[in-house]
Each structure stands twice: as C-alpha cells, then as structure tokens.
Write a protein that binds this ligand. Sequence first.
Ligand SMILES: Cc1cc2nc3c(=O)[nH]c(=O)nc-3n(C[C@H](O)[C@H](O)[C@H](O)COP(=O)(O)OP(=O)(O)OC[C@H]3O[C@@H](n4cnc5c(N)ncnc54)[C@H](O)[C@@H]3O)c2cc1C
Length: 231
Amino acid sequence: MMYDVIIIGSGPAGISASLYTARANLKTLVIGLESSLAKSRLVDNYYGFKDGISGYELLQNGWRQAEKFKAQIIEDEVIALEYDFKGVYTVKTKDSSYNSRSVLLSAGSEGKKAPIKDIEKFEGKGVHYCTTCDGYFYRGKKVGILGYSEYALNELNEMKHFTDNITLLTDHNELTIDPQDTRVETKKIYRFEGGEYLDDVVFEDGTTEKYDGIFVAFGKASSIDFARKLG
Ligand SMILES: Cc1cc2nc3c(=O)[nH]c(=O)nc-3n(C[C@H](O)[C@H](O)[C@H](O)COP(=O)(O)OP(=O)(O)OC[C@H]3O[C@@H](n4cnc5c(N)ncnc54)[C@H](O)[C@@H]3O)c2cc1C
C-alpha cells in the first residue's frame, strides 16, 4: 500500500500534523511510541482546558480526533528511512515496512539524560525538563536546577519568577556560566530518592539534601538522525 504521507512521531506535533493531512484527504499513517507528554501529570498551560488535563488524556484525545478523520496510527519503532530518488520513501520499523510519497518527521527532541540513578522513576513526579511548563507548580518551593551551561542559566532565570529558593546542581561538571547570587552545589550526585514523588538528592559522598523539585537542564540533542541519513 502507498501512503500519501507517513508521519514519524505520535506526540502533539505528529498528531496535530495528521489532523491537517487526513482532513486534506491524504492517506496518512502515523508511527510512534510513547510521547514525552504522557509523563505530565497536569498540563496547565493549554488554552481551553480551564482545569488542566493530564498529558496522557490530552494525547488520547488527540489520537481519537485524528482517527476520526481516518488517520491510521500505529505503535512501532522506526529504525530506518530510505528514499529511492523516484518519489517513494520507505519507512522501516521493527515490525514492518511502509511506503509513502512523503514523510514528515516529528520525532520530538530528547533531552540529554543526566546519568543519575533512578531519575526516570521521578520524571513528572519531582523531576522536570521544562520550567515554562512546570515551574508554576513550584511557587515558593525549594528547587534544584541540574546543569552547568547556558541552558541551565536560562532555566535558572525562568525559575526565579517562581521561587527564590534555587540551587544550581552541577553534578561535578565544570560550570561554564556565571550563576551570580544563586547557590551552587558542585558535588557529584549518586541517586534520587523518594516514595511516589522525589524527596532527596543523594550525593556520592553519602550526604543527602531535600528538594521539592529538580529541573534537568543538561544540553539538548535533537533527534534529526533520520533526516541526516537522507543526505
Ligand atoms: C515530564 C514532562 C512534563 C511536561 N509537561 C508539559 C506541560 O505541562 N505543558 C507543556 O506544554 N509541555 C509539557 N512537556 C513538554 C511536552 O511533552 C513536549 O513539548 C511535547 O511532547 C513535544 O511534542 P512533540 O510531538 O514535538 O514530541 P514528543 O511528544 O516527544 O513526541 C515524539 C514522538 O516521536 C516518537 N518517536 C521518536 N523516535 C521514534 C522512533 N525511532 N520510532 C517511532 N517513534 C519515534 C515518540 O515515540 C513520540 O511519539 C512536558 C514534558 C515532560 C517530559
């Protein structure tokens, strides 16, 4: 079967795109795995949701909306993208392969993972990646910004709108910015601890410190690998 468009990524960007392609009567296939938004407990900043909505529910709504317009959505991992230079793209997944006249990449961007034990366990539950999205929930609370570069400085300055109680946690990386009057903790972090939510940062020297929230602001890597491979 030949699709008019295959969209790689079933997060908000991919599904939004599919609403337009499917409604334009283009035969549309969306291929993706879990979106990072699924980890958001409460999305508070979208127009039209006065009580907020969980990331999972927002995604489910988007999927149903796209399927209503006959976009086909499958959960699979794309492992290769090829072009025959005659107008046909082949998208290879773990389970199958699909042909299309066009491909749209909306595979998100993966924040560089901080090499800290149990960090995933607390994502969306005390560990966050976006001060604009989640900083509001930490008004007046004790927050750590995990980073050491310009990106961390940006998140630090954003966070100052919400709380004065901020520590820059460098995880023993060399600081490449001037954090001015912000407290800096340079110790290497061993792990994050808590129950359902983050409670403590445990350092390699055995000391611990309580935090309400940690915002990860290590360098960002974009997932444009497929595009690069096409030349
Ligand atoms: C914990 C957390 C909380 C957040 N809270 C908020 C919030 O409150 N408000 C807000 O505005 N934003 C929030 N965000 C940010 C929001 O999730 C992102 O801005 C949004 O998801 C980006 O959408 P996207 O479609 O570009 O990418 P993503 O949602 O990341 O989607 C990328 C898609 O590409 C797929 N993909 C990638 N590689 C492959 C592959 N090889 N094969 C198949 N599929 C692939 C993924 O599986 C996924 O379906 C939060 C993020 C996190 C992590």
